[in-house]
Design a protein around this ligand. Sequence first.
Ligand SMILES: [Zn+2]
Length: 258
Amino acid sequence: MYVIEGLTVHLGRWEDRGWIGVENSRFFKAAAYRLRYRSAITTFEWVKGHNGDPGNEAADGLAREGALKPLPDTLDLSVPNNFTLHGVKLSALTQQIAYQAIRNTKAEKHPPRSSASNNLARIQAGLVEQIEHPETTAQIWLQCQNTNLRPLVRQFLYKAIQHAYRIGDFWTPIAGYEERAVCPFCKDSADNLDHILLECEAPAREVIWLLAADLWPDAYGPCQTSPTTGATPRAPPPPPMMTSLPAPTRGHPAYSRF
Ligand SMILES: [Zn+2]
């Protein structure tokens, strides 16, 4: 329905705003081009999913197959110039659209840090392992800003993913402070969030997980906060707090606990 409405209802408006802030615009642009390129009239019909419709079942099969691929396919989404509308229609330009365009340009100049990409990939792997649900990075960022979380928790999630805490290897290149890169308690271990939360022998680590268990909403079931001391999992799952965030919706009683 989202795709059909995008192509039949919203297309004109999206083109007027120069596709700024439109999700999946690359795919909609390519689809619109292919539809316009056809000389015949195309009609769409919505069918109920998982209901035995051969076309729908085949599409599901392809989607499943695609989701399992280790690397995304390279798709030809190019649209010839004479089929593309460039820029924003002046009468449709608002301050909000202009601001979004500036933000997009800045985001292109500053691609996400590789440490953030690594952490996001680990969170996605953790989600698949724990709740068998892969989540998009956009959705993970969105959940980190969930206003039902206290600002400090939101800040922790954001900074943890961005690798923004001044711990561990942050100090390595700073002359005179190199010893801060090592855990002062375990001495021979690099100090980083993995170590602090999952491996450190310091008693404070126990306290962190007791507090986390205290914070854990009953609605999520029993809290699984007993990472093995000393063990280094190959791809350690993120704290359960993060993995289970997307589950309840707004208004769910679990939210009031955070
Ligand atoms: Zn330690």
